[in-house]
Design a protein around this ligand. Structure first.
Ligand code: CDP
Length: 264
């Protein structure tokens, strides 16, 4: 019989050194694309994602327009080099499904009715991966939407939770996702409204374990929410600083011009 793998050691640490309720390191950088209305580059452990938001802009062809609200188009794509075996560049069933569920999660948060006949296009591209790419793409997309100034009822914050080797663990890596008894549960919430906007589950769990996992997942999403807010606040402070510098420069120029125009 195959030897049973240990996913959490006697000190309560996982194979990558994390505690069971610990997220991988997350770095969020908004406003990285000049052509996009809003954008975000995010690293979540080994996962690397770039998101560009375009719109709201006229939905074309016209027959797809909805006079009552904006349409949301969410595109999730993995680069051919983002996985261990070259990925076919053609979007597969998995990418189409992820695009659909992530788009619907964000639709719940956007004030769509304010932008009739338009489309909001969200492009998310994965450049490196190690499990949890859909929740990385979704969290980054929510930051990019805020960066684009698109009015939202709430942020969308995401993370995955599940089981590996009998342990309920937050933010599974690929090794844990491949455990024989693995359960992977990607989820996303609107943190202030306390609404679940994405909940998927790969594998089976008993009800008690499911609640334990769900509560841990909510806790993970709340930590991601804090990081999303911090990244956006930092960005707005930079914008404010740049604007103040521009105002000071313009003021100095006007003072100089006024002095030069004064009679001697
Ligand atoms: O990435 P996420 O956990 O949201 O989705 P998944 O379908 O559970 O995929 C888990 C991981 O499998 C991905 O993050 C990739 O690292 C890997 N994968 C792969 O190696 N080849 C693919 N065609 C798709 C995913």
């Amino acid at each position: 019989m195959a030897e049973e793998m240990t996913y959490v050691n006697s000190d309560g640490l996982r194979l990558d050194g994390r505690k069971v309720d610990e997220l991988r390191e997350i770095k969020i950088t908004p406003s990285v694309l000049s052509r996009a209305e809003g954008s975000c580059y995010m690293e979540w452990g080994q996962n690397k994602v770039l998101v560009g938001v375009y719109g709201p802009r006229e939905a074309l062809p016209q027959h797809i327009q909805d006079p009552t609200k904006a349409l949301v188009s969410f595109i999730y794509r993995m680069a051919t080099f983002s996985v261990s075996e070259r990925k076919n560049p053609r979007p597969g069933r998995r990418e189409i499904e992820i695009s659909k569920v992530c788009g619907e999660a964000l639709e719940a948060a956007i004030f769509l009715e304010r932008f009739p006949n338009t489309t909001i296009d969200i492009y998310t591209h994965i450049f490196d991966s190690n499990a949890g790419t859909r929740v990385t793409a979704l969290a980054a997309a929510a930051v990019a939407l805020a960066d684009a100034g698109i009015p939202m009822k709430d942020m969308v914050s995401s993370c995955a939770v599940g089981r590996a080797g009998g342990n309920i663990v937050l933010d599974l890596n690929k090794y844990e996702e491949d455990a024989p008894d693995a359960v992977d549960m990607p989820m996303a919430i609107m943190p202030r409204k306390k609404e679940v906007v994405l909940l998927q589950m790969d594998g089976l769990m008993e009800k008690k374990q499911w609640f334990e996992a769900f509560n841990l997942g909510v806790q993970g999403c709340m930590s991601v929410y804090e990081m999303q807010k911090d990244a956006l606040k930092k960005r707005y402070l930079e914008i404010e600083k740049d604007a103040m510098q521009e105002i000071e420069k313009a003021g100095a120029k006007m003072d100089k011009a006024a002095k030069e125009g004064e009679p001697q």
